[in-house]
Design a protein around this ligand. Structure first.
Ligand SMILES: Nc1ncnc2c1ncn2[C@@H]1O[C@H](COP(=O)(O)OP(=O)(O)OP(=O)(O)O)[C@@H](O)[C@H]1O
Length: 317
């Protein structure tokens, strides 16, 4: 169980990367860190892990200070009760799956306890019979499960995932997102999940922290960030947006084609294209100075049309 608090945390390399950042990450939930490339997601994760040292500020795990620049306090990574899972799995190729997992824990446990713990961890990720294989004998998804088992075997309070699923194909990704979510809940862990994929963040996270240029734009539940973004950057980052004017917009799923004279706010438009997307058509419409995307069940030929929007779903910022 661990809630994380950062206060006035800054880190610079050639220039500032994390700037006077204040953030609380709730305990026993999955928090996704999202943001454009270079916004500081991995750096923030490494500051929490202790792999990178902040220039200033304080970090607490629960009420326990683990970093304080003013007091020269810096708890080493090994004492932070956390595990990390990376995109490239980071497994030793010359060790079996069992040895890879045991390597992280064997110094603290007896031989019998260690074997039991490895078997338990492999069972958690549905790889009970894979202990004697080498990483090269496993698929990418299985290798990432081993990395997850290795993390669980250390019985951490906190697991940090750095783009952990980015190398996997979409179907496998979906499965592992579900598995990670279930394991985090079952073991009452706190998890921080860095991803550049907003769909993944929406699917896996209870809370999302959106970063831009080393600062928190919005830290909120996934639903609030999507439905009530604080500004245009947050609104655009979290999903496609149809601009009504400079300060209002609506998501594609809340725009409908209607007969002229329908109730509610109506917008005239000119259909440009309809693109097949599998479960819907992405219909592109010129609306005044803006191009709108509509989710339609059927394709449409170029024509003049009228649209209405769900007024309760209009985003204002
Ligand atoms: N060790 C380092 N030395 C110098 N600059 C660094 C170092 N680590 C990160 N940076 C710089 O800090 C900035 C933020 O990098 P970071 O990896 O945290 O961003 P990110 O949001 O995780 O990006 P991406 O999504 O592309 O992985 C980048 O401009 C990067 O070049």
């Amino acid at each position: 169980m661990v809630a994380i608090k950062l206060q006035h945390v800054s880190k610079s390399y050639q220039g500032p990367v994390i700037e006077d950042l204040n953030l609380t990450i709730p305990t026993q939930q999955i928090t996704a860190l999202v943001g454009p490339s270079g916004s500081g997601k991995s750096t923030l994760l490494n500051l929490i892990a202790g792999l990178t040292t902040p220039d200033s500020g304080q970090i607490w795990f629960d009420e326990q200070p683990i970093f304080d620049a003013d007091q020269s306090l810096n708890c080493p990574p090994a004492k932070r009760q956390l595990a990390m899972v990376f995109q490239d799995f980071a497994l030793w190729p010359h060790m079996t799956v069992h040895q890879n997992i045991a390597f992280a824990i064997e110094t603290h446990l007896s031989k019998a306890e260690c074997r039991k713990r490895v078997e338990w961890a492999l069972a958690q990720v549905s790889l009970a019979d894979y202990g004697q294989r080498y990483p090269r004998e496993l698929s990418g998804g299985q290798q990432q499960r081993v990395a997850l088992a290795r993390a669980l075997a250390t019985q951490p309070d906190l697991i940090l995932f750095d783009e952990a699923l980015s190398a996997l194909d979409p179907q496998l990704r979906l499965q592992l997102q579900q598995d990670i979510s279930a394991l985090v809940k079952a073991h009452h862990l706190t998890a921080i999940f860095v991803t550049h994929d907003r769909q993944e963040a929406l699917r896996i996270a209870d809370n999302i922290v959106l970063l831009h240029a080393g600062q928190v734009v919005q830290s909120d539940t996934a639903a609030n960030l999507y439905q009530h973004p604080r500004n245009q950057f947050a609104a655009r980052f979290m999903g496609p947006l149809n601009q009504i004017d400079d300060h209002t917009a609506v998501r594609p799923e809340h725009v409908h084609l209607v007969e002229q004279g329908a109730d509610g706010p109506c917008y005239p438009g000119q259909i440009l294209t309809s693109t097949f997307m599998g479960d819907h058509y992405d219909t592109l419409v010129q609306m005044a100075d803006y191009q709108w995307h509509l989710k339609t069940a059927l394709p449409y030929a170029p024509a003049t049309i009228t649209m209405t929007v769900d007024s309760s779903a209009i985003l204002t910022y």
